[in-house]
Design a protein around this ligand. Structure first.
Ligand code: MG
Length: 247
């Protein structure tokens, strides 16, 4: 392993321990975000959200979709109502608009896996490290594909989705629920995220949070959100994992 790569990881762990007051990182489980981490679904979500908001007269960009990623659909809709209509959205409006978005998304081709993610998940399984998925999504079509696409390396019972939490990302609740389901303390887990709000949620839950920049944002967007480490792709994460889980 390249020396500077190794030192970067060591230093990130030291900073995490100093900030949280934990004595060590003792990794027994990893919590993965779904969109943009397991599935290359963000380009499709971005297109579907932009089309949906355009239909109701709200200007929206793909960058905004990526910056809002991790929020529940309801929260994203409500924020745009406040910005553009100076009022909150009703539950009915949220459901109706999310229904439009979901309908557009379902007609799109099924997203493939993020390159290299299967090797990351398999490495963890081979080393007896638990895995789960913590997502702001409630897209049943994608959620159902996790178990089949990952050869049973994820268990539906341990997953946390939009339907399980009151306050989605960037609040820590989804990742705290993930820790609870895995029966782990914050210093016994990792979060793998691609989105700024998801990173904020992982950090707020006290977990060592790794950003993998799989989308259109800049690496600095993920760093600014507080990620303990940011990688460009899953190959780099796979290279780093032995250093993080066996230190
Ligand atoms: Mg994501």
């Amino acid at each position: 392993m390249r020396l500077n790569f190794s030192l970067m990881i060591e230093s990130a762990i030291k900073q995490y321990l100093a900030k949280t007051g934990h004595q060590n990182l003792n990794i027994k489980g990893v919590m993965f975000d779904m969109d943009g981490v397991l599935f290359d679904s963000m380009p499709l979500h971005a297109e579907a959200w932009v089309k949906t908001f355009t239909q109701i007269g709200i200007p929206f960009t793909k960058r905004l979709v990526y910056m809002n990623e991790g929020r529940t659909g309801a929260a994203t809709i409500d924020e745009q109502f406040q910005i553009h209509f100076s009022r909150h959205s009703s539950t009915e409006e949220q459901q109706e608009i999310y229904h439009i978005k979901s309908g557009i998304f379902k007609q799109m081709p099924k997203p493939g896996l993020i390159p290299g993610i299967i090797d990351v998940v398999r490495y963890l399984a081979d080393n007896n490290i638990a895995r789960t998925v913590v997502t702001g999504s409630g897209e049943s079509s994608t959620l159902e594909r996790i178990e089949q696409n990952f050869d049973g390396l994820f268990n539906r019972e341990l997953m946390v989705t939009a339907l399980d939490v009151k306050q989605g990302k960037p609040y820590p609740e989804p990742y705290l629920m993930g820790l609870h389901k895995l029966r782990l303390s914050p210093n016994e887990a990792l979060v793998v995220e691609n989105a700024p709000l998801g990173i904020q949620a992982g950090v707020a839950a006290g977990v060592f949070t790794i950003g993998v920049n799989t989308g259109i944002l800049d690496k600095s967007d993920l760093e600014a959100a507080g990620a303990n480490l940011v990688f460009d792709n899953m190959r780099q994460l796979l290279e780093a994992l032995p250093k993080i889980v066996q230190q």
